[in-house]
Write a protein that binds this ligand. Sequence first.
Ligand code: HPA
Length: 245
Amino acid sequence: MLAIIGGSGLSRFSSLAVTHRQVVHTPYGEPSAPLTFGNLAGRPVVFLARHGDGHDIAPHQVNYCANVWALREQKAEAIVSVASVGCIRPDLTPGTIVIPDQIIDYTWGRRSTYFEGDAPVTHVDFTEPYSRDLRARLLAAAQNCGEPVRNGAVYATTQGPRLETAAEIDRLERDGADIVGMTGMPEAALARELGVNYAAIAVVVNFAAGRGDSHARISMEKIDGVLLEAMVHVLRIVEALAAAS
Ligand code: HPA
């Protein structure tokens, strides 16, 4: 079964034919919301709203361990994360959909591993943080439904919930980051620890701080508009992925 974790702009999945919702408990506590089960393009899909049904869980407060665990328990063979990001690289603009291929983690204070307590320490390989196969399936799905996407980007995950300063964005650029968001980690690493294929669809919703029309400030009103419009395209890609699963 395909699992989708929806971020900002995707806390409800309109094209999903919902069959049932289920409150689940995990050894790590409660996931962000009840799991929503349904069919997409005739395939079973489970959906989880990362920020909760009411979008009231901030990026640093998301229980990533519970979310990923809950989806794995439902036998999810793949998790697709949908996340909004700011763009750092000059050739990216708001509205662009990106399938990132690398991550730099700047988060802190989030539980970022299942290997705590009495579990034997295991160092998972994370050279390629996203599943190569699932990325390829996402790119093929986008192509099949005629949705243009960028193949590859370095996703810097910041702590939030505040946005970055212009100097912080300059630093991220020097580090090699192309896009910046707040939820990419530890989600990707936890999926890897549990052996679940994981990839992301990143929606560029704004120029990062100090760039483009965010030169002086980032406009939240503009972000909402871009997000709304971009989600139509994201849903088409996810539907094409489900259809090919
Ligand atoms: N920075 C961090 N996270 C984000 C941004 C940003 O500019 N836009 C959307 N999520």
